[in-house]
Design a protein around this ligand. Structure first.
Ligand SMILES: [Zn+2]
Ligand SMILES: [Zn+2]
Length: 445
């Protein structure tokens, strides 16, 4: 963060398209002169360049990029933006953005569409994309601080070229495949616009005052730990206990991302298979045990509400279907699927290593996201589950997974945080609860 002021964020909106359509509202300049048409079509050229044209006959070409620079208040719309990439709610929508539109050509002759935008404006959209603006104010403020901290920690790491923290990782030995997915794997921009980084759906849906006010009232406010900005992670619902960082990503102790009990009662960390099993099959009064549909409607975006019960859930698989899914996702054939055996769990009950037993092979898979990926056509809600086998001899007819929570479980539990705000907890109390030992501080005016 050069100069110590508000940074600009480069957000990757689309990648790999040959052509992108959209239109402009307000004033934009290109190479210093005003671009006078509303509609535009951007296309990649085979040599890695970019060509922009409009229905009125305006054209521009860039050897590797073009920048349409927005003025204060001007907006641009893009057609067919994919949101929820590879999650169960994936869809395409028209999206509206503020800031600059940067079009880059890639050596493969495809387009990379980037939105450059001041960090605080970006945050308004993130908060409004992740949650509903009607959500309780103290919760939206806590979310703004967590999202800002996460992003600034990432920008600082990129500036220092310290790409070690948060990298992808893998450990493959014999019949064990353990993978985790970092977040700094974007070439050419800081963050993508999807759940992989933070949900950013432009400014078109920032309609109420909720998100904007929450961001304005916390401007420049971040969480610090040991003098560093916290890499403040968050997820949808922990299931009653949050998870340790090292059980989801690289094996490193992060003091402010350690497991906490998510309720007024103290739920101790689960130790061993029996405790985890009892916990997942129980229905404890955690903050994120929220089934009040009216209240959920004020917190979660509509597409998240398509997931009916995420605190405790159940998935039933016909054995053959599950064999097909695992083969497709893992690239390995297991033959007749005999059992799924948890070998190691974290304090929230999330499985870190799972043994998949088939007639042709047996493989141990981890960590949590890889397990969720292998056991679902999109992603299993979480890796905190117990397995029941029904019918059949040797290999069962059906597998039933009873699960808890939604997401990786590390850091702030979004539903739990919102429920805390409803019960009267302040932004600061919410942050203290989910990020133990972190302290809030304003780092730019
Ligand atoms: Zn990303
Ligand atoms: Zn929770």
């Amino acid at each position: 963060m050069k100069g110590g002021g508000e940074p600009t964020v480069r957000v990757g909106i689309m990648e790999g398209r040959r052509e992108v359509r959209g239109y402009l509202e307000g004033s934009f300049t290109l190479g210093g002169s005003t671009w006078r048409e509303t509609g535009f079509v951007a296309a990649a050229t085979p040599d890695g360049g970019v060509r922009l044209s409009s229905p009125g006959g305006l054209t521009a070409a860039g050897r590797d990029r073009l920048r349409l620079q927005g003025s204060p208040g001007s907006l641009f719309c893009l057609e067919d933006v994919t949101i929820g990439i590879s999650f169960h709610w994936e869809r395409r929508r028209r999206q509206t953005y503020a800031g600059d539109l940067v079009l880059e050509g890639t050596p493969e002759g495809r387009l990379r569409v980037i939105n450059e935008i001041p960090l605080e404006t970006y945050l308004e959209s993130v908060v409004a994309s992740e949650m509903r603006e009607k959500a309780p104010k103290e919760f939206l403020k806590a979310h703004a601080v967590a999202s800002r901290s996460w992003l600034l920690a990432l920008l600082r790491r990129r500036e220092g070229c310290d790409l070690g923290a948060g990298d992808d990782g893998r450990r493959e030995t014999g019949d064990e495949i353990v993978r985790w997915y970092g977040r700094e794997d974007h070439e050419g921009y800081d963050v993508c616009a999807d759940d992989h980084c933070q949900r950013y759906q432009g400014v078109g849906h920032v309609t109420g005052e909720g998100a904007a006010a929450a961001v304005r009232e916390t401007r420049g406010l971040v969480l610090l730990h040991g003098g560093e900005v916290c890499d403040a992670r968050y997820h949808k619902a922990c299931g009653g206990i949050t998870e340790d960082f090292a059980n989801v990503w690289e094996p490193r102790h992060v003091p402010y991302l350690t497991s906490v009990s998510d309720g007024e009662a103290d739920f101790p960390p689960r130790r061993g298979e029996e405790e985890a099993r009892a916990w997942i099959l129980a229905d404890p009064p955690a903050f994120c045990r929220l089934r009040d549909q009216a209240l959920l409607g004020e917190i979660l975006p509509d597409y998240d509400r398509e997931t009916a019960d995420f605190f405790r859930w159940r998935v039933v698989y016909d054995r053959r279907r599950l064999e097909g899914i695992i083969e497709e996702k893992s690239g390995l054939s297991f033959g007749r699927l005999r059992d799924l055996v948890p070998l190691e769990r974290g304090p929230s009950g999330r499985i870190i290593r799972l043994r998949i037993e088939g007639s042709e092979r047996t493989v141990v898979v981890g960590k949590e996201l890889e397990i969720r990926r292998w056991l679902s056509e999109s992603h299993l809600l979480s890796s905190a589950f117990v397995v029941a086998r029904e019918g059949g001899k040797g290999a069962p007819d059906r597998f039933v997974l009873y699960g808890a929570g939604w997401g990786h479980g590390v850091g702030m539990c979004q539903v739990g945080a919102a429920a805390m705000a409803v019960r009267g907890y302040t932004c600061e109390a919410i942050l203290r609860h989910y990020f133990p030992g972190a302290t809030p501080a304003v780092i730019y005016p």
